[in-house]
Structure formats: C-alpha cells, structure tokens
Design a protein around this ligand. Sequence first.
Ligand code: ADE
Length: 244
Amino acid sequence: MRFEIVTLFPEIVEALRIGLLGKAMDSGAIEIVARSPREFATDKHRSVDDAPYGGGSGMVLMPGPIAETLDALDAERGGPSHKVLLTPQGDRFDQRMAERFAALPSLTLVCGRYEGFDERIRGMVDQEVSLGDFVLLGGEIAGATIIEAVARLGPGVLGNDESATEESHSTGLLEYPQYTRPSVFRGQEVPAVLKSGDHARVARWRRKEALRRTKERRPDLLETAPLTDEDRKLLAELAAEDES
Ligand code: ADE
C-alpha cells in the first residue's frame, strides 16, 4: 500500500523507519512518500502561510501550495488516492476506519500546521479525520499514527497473520491478559490454566478475561461487539462472580 504525507516536515518519513514499520518500508510491503507544500511556494521566502483575513493572531496555511502538492502527487501516482485532512474537527479515527483504509491502494494524509489552514483546503480532500478530542501542534503525529494502525493490517507487515485479528479492538473487545516467564514475579503468579497445556481451557479462559476486561474498562464496547452464545454464558458467569 502507498501512503502519502503532505507536510512541511517531510523528514517525518525517516522517523517512521523503526521496528516492523521500518521493515515494511524496506521490503516494499508499504511505501511512504512525503511532499512539502514549500516546494510549491511561489515567493522568494518560500511562504506557505499568511496572516488571517479579518485579523487575529497566528498564521494560516495558504491553499495554493497544498493544491499544487496534491496535483503533483496525483500526476506522479496516475491512479486515485483517498485524501484525508487531519484536523480535530474530523471524523473520529478508530479500528474500523483503519480497516477501511487498509483496503485502499493509496491514502493521502494532509497535515495542517501553525494556527490553522485556509477553509478552501477542506474542499481538496475526501474526508476529514481526527484522532480525538485534543489539539496537536500539527497533523504529522496524527498522520504517523494512522499510517501505523493501517499499515499493520496489510500483507507483509506483521510476522504472523493472527496477531492482527486477536488483539484489542479488532475482535470488538479489549485483549485478554498475556504472561511470559518467569512463572512467579515478585510474588505474582501466572494463572495456572495457562500452564496446563489444555488448549481448549486456555482459549475459554482468554475469552472470559477479554470479556471481563472489556466489561470493566469499556462496557460501551459490549453493546456493539459480535457476541456468541458462549460469550453470553461467560458474561453470566462474570455477573454471578460480581454478586458473590
Ligand atoms: N491536528 C491537530 N489536532 C489533531 C487531532 N486531534 N487529530 C488529528 N489531527 C490533528
């Protein structure tokens, strides 16, 4: 899959070359291309922002350099790309959105900076996306977050195909607790069932603990998670434990 980042800080791409994402970049499983609107600035200072009409503090990103950057990417790519503007005013990013993005051939992330961007930039994208109800200094870190969440769902990024489907949110639930050696750490023991070698019991324990954790921390998720009859039995057991 191809990711494009429209940013005044194209060096962000090299900062992403870490861990499995870095491996995926090196192997060609994913491609990340950054283009700076500054390349398309027209004045001698290479300005990409200007004072807001109507007055007020701060600078506003100009529409021209962003439009030119998007045109250049369109021309270089040949085919279409889903264009996303990163802004706290956008649709909230979540695992479902990551899954939809992972099915695309190309995703273009437009990062705002400074105090804001010209309203006409909104008309250049297909969608506005927010990471949550907080304000970042710019869209770069939000874009990097989206790339990591989307890239790991694609082929050739994770070592084993199961890891992407078992963990928090992809099943609609939070993930069950995991343990490794040592068997006892500062008096805290690994649950005996995990050392029993009984795969069916381990699977049942994990499912129940995933349900317990979700019920405790994110009860809202239980309303939309796809639950089986067995899950409902496990939830009834948890409710009975709460009462005793
Ligand atoms: N840019 C600034 N704040 C942001 C947020 N919360 N999500 C996405 N992009 C942003």
